[in-house]
Design a protein. Structure first.
Length: 143
């Protein structure tokens, strides 16, 4: 079986990754199933227990390092942060001609998805932050 890396929600707003050698286990779809909304932005597919709106992925616009950590907040808070210029959203698209590969970008210069420790990051794509302690993720849509 192909090894699988799952990107899931932990502790309310921390987006984390976990790798499984024998394929992905059955996971609660409120924490591990992601979709692109009608604008093409990454968000969780379902409401979190007790919440009234979905959580959207974001990054801190003030971050200057090559890699920025991705977290989630309720969609309205992310949209307010975007309007204030403090948060950015993750834009995505699926390439059906490339084995349903998912491409995500954070801003104009961060296109590489990385798993560092348990964290989920977007990198500038210059390759300098893909070290032995970081895994470059190439996600595919589907089962």
């Amino acid at each position: 079986m192909t090894p699988t890396t799952v990107v899931a929600l932990m502790s309310g707003n921390l987006v984390a990754t976990q790798s499984f050698a024998g394929g992905a286990p059955a996971l609660d779809d409120t924490t591990a199933t992601w979709v692109l909304d009608s604008g093409g932005f990454l968000e969780l597919s379902a409401l979190q227990p007790g919440e009234t709106e979905k959580r959207a992925a974001y990054y801190d616009m003030a971050a200057t390092k090559a890699s920025v950590q991705i977290n989630v907040l309720p969609r309205s808070q992310v949209i307010a942060g975007v309007a204030a210029g403090t948060l950015g959203r993750l834009k995505g698209c699926v390439s059906a001609g490339n084995n349903n590969q998912l491409f995500i970008s954070a801003g104009s210069d961060r296109h590489n998805m990385l798993s560092c420790g348990n964290g989920f990051y977007m990198s500038s794509g210059d390759g300098t932050d893909v070290r032995s302690d970081r895994i470059h993720l190439i996600p595919h849509v589907g089962t």
